[in-house]
Design a protein around this ligand. Structure first.
Ligand code: AMP
Length: 178
């Protein structure tokens, strides 16, 4: 399947939920995409293909939907996987960072041994919205000495200009809402 046909198929498997989790937000529900065997495979393969051959040592997925997509992408790339989690969930010593969401603020944490100095890391999440989550994740990883290969998303909400917070990095999205 070509890139455009694949994008159309993937887009048809996303579900818009108006006013969730708060009024005015259109939540992009990826569960129909995850539930569709061909759609899920195309998503994982599509993201992995964008970064194959780039020496990715580790994929970092952001809680919680970034785990679902990031772990199989890591497997496909022959890389390890590391979770970035919300405050208080990781059991060992952490590095922490405050960040702004499209709806509210939160705090992200990563284990101190999540990346060795110079390790090449790919960040994966489902949706790039304002970019606050991704930017905080990159800050955490760079504090640990990681080299950011890039960031990969299923869907980018372009009108929220998340890329503006990530201008130093390669940002790839399988789908873009303008
Ligand atoms: P942001 O930090 O604004 O780029 O938000 C990105 C994070 O929030 C991702 O982990 C997404 O899962 C989630 N998110 C933000 N906006 C939406 C949305 N409209 N639909 C689904 N998930 C969203």
């Amino acid at each position: 399947m070509g890139v455009e046909a694949r994008a159309l198929t993937l887009a048809s498997l996303l579900r818009d939920i108006p006013d969730f989790p708060s009024p005015g937000i259109v939540f992009k529900d990826i569960t129909p995409l995850l539930a569709d065997a061909a759609g899920f495979a195309a998503t994982v393969d599509g993201l992995a293909d964008l970064f194959v051959g780039r020496g990715v040592d580790r994929v970092v997925g952001v809680e919680a939907r970034g785990f679902i997509v990031g772990a199989p992408v890591a497997y496909r790339l022959g890389a390890g996987f590391t979770p970035v989690r919300k405050a208080g969930k990781l059991p060992w010593s952490v590095e922490a960072e405050e960040y702004a969401l499209e709806y509210g603020t939160d705090r992200l944490e990563i284990h101190l041994d999540a990346a060795a100095a110079g390790e090449r890391v790919l960040v994966v999440d489902d949706v790039l919205a304002t970019g606050g989550t991704a930017a905080a994740t990159v800050r955490l990883l760079e504090r640990l000495g990681a080299e950011i290969v890039g960031l990969g998303f299923i869907l980018e909400l372009e009108f929220l200009h998340g890329r503006d917070q990530l201008i130093r990095y390669e940002v790839e999205s399988l789908l873009v809402v303008e």
